[in-house]
Design a binder for this molecule. Structure first.
Ligand code: ATP
Length: 324
């Protein structure tokens, strides 16, 4: 392998730049070339490439987002699109790829590898932490810190006005962000898709904490939660049926996807980038590099795509005990 292409694809997350930097510098360290591919698979199809060296990635380890931009490409889902991408890579002399993205991006990589035998390695980049084969995805730790910081601020105003706040956080179908940030921010209740608390239990629990002397409460709700009501509908329900609560809603939204990556995410990105390149150089392909028990590990892309992540049930118990 003489020239590795690197791209970011799907939703962006803090730490992607640190991963690009790591891939580029590892290539340079091993004296091979590196090409940045703009806008994910779409840029690959359009031949939107840039030669990268160690100096082209200076001052980006601390930046959120991705300097290579990200995109969702419809064309790459078609055999014609992938043929174009293959032709562009061949023309540019790129003979292996590092894909930083989520399970959709890995699916594309896996198909591309199957069709053309093209060596590919995946690095998990998403704030949702919903990828099998790694305890942490790039951006997850930063997002947790962002959410905790926001909830700390909400708590100040909630307690000044004796209010009940419903705070919706991201995470898609997974409750990792809600559960961990909820505990970290001292939320009274945490609603996640993996554990259906139910409306009655929520009300019961809030009444109990009110009776125990709590004047304000924060309930963290994962966007994929299955309570059957949006945060706004929950507020309407409380306004109508439990008017003794002064309810406010906060949907944290896209701020959770941005910001300077935490030290944890920067170190993780650096480690995974090194491993991805070195595995390609060692002739490995079709794996995702991840981290389990603080060791960098390889998981076949297909397993990473198909496997499901589990939440730590013990954390649910911890949360319950903390809201006594
Ligand atoms: P996120 O978790 O943030 O959504 P993702 O990587 O899962 O990130 P997707 O939009 O699902 O994001 O996928 C990114 C890109 O990967 C798609 O726009 C498409 O180009 C490619 N891709 C996804 N699924 C396939 C597929 N079945 N075949 C070919 N390419 C695919």
């Amino acid at each position: 392998i003489k020239k590795i292409g690197v791209l970011t694809s799907g939703g962006d997350s803090p730490g992607m730049n640190a991963a690009i930097r790591s891939v580029v510098r590892t290539c340079s360290y091993h004296k091979i070339e590196c090409v940045g591919i703009y806008r994910g698979y779409q840029g690959m199809i359009e031949g939107d490439f840039i030669e990268m060296g160690p100096r082209s990635v200076h001052n980006i380890i601390n930046k959120g987002g991705t300097i290579l931009k990200s995109a969702r490409s419809k064309d790459f889902r078609t055999p014609e699109g992938r043929k174009k991408a293959y032709d562009e890579l061949t023309k540019a002399g790129v003979d292996a790829l590092v894909i930083i993205g989520g399970d959709g991006s890995f699916t594309g990589a896996e198909i591309f590898n199957r069709e053309y035998g093209f060596p590919v390695m995946g690095i998990p980049g998403t704030i949702d932490n919903d990828i099998f084969g790694t305890s942490h995805t790039l951006g997850y730790d930063t997002a947790l810190n962002t959410v905790v910081e926001c909830i700390d601020k909400i708590r100040d105003t909630a307690s000044s006005h004796n209010r009940l706040f419903f705070v919706e956080v991201m995470g898609r179908d997974a409750g990792h962000i809600a559960l961990n940030a909820g505990i970290g921010a001292g939320a009274e209740e945490i609603l996640i898709p993996e554990a259906d608390l139910g409306l009655d239990r929520l009300v019961e629990s809030l009444m109990k904490s009110k009776a125990s002397g709590k004047s304000s409460s924060i309930v963290v709700i994962a966007e994929g939660d299955k309570i059957g009501k949006s945060v706004f509908e929950l507020k309407d329900y409380f306004d109508l049926n439990l008017p003794e609560y002064d309810v406010r809603v906060s949907v944290l939204g896209h701020m959770q996807r941005g910001g300077s990556p935490s030290c944890f995410d920067r170190v993780l990105a650096s480690r995974l980038g090194v491993k991805a390149v070195e595995c390609l150089l060692a002739g490995k392909s079709n794996f995702m590099v991840g981290m389990l028990n603080d060791a960098v590990t390889l998981t076949p892309l297909l397993h990473a795509i198909k496997g499901h992540t589990e939440i730590d049930r013990e954390l649910l118990r911890v949360s319950e005990i903390m809201s006594v």
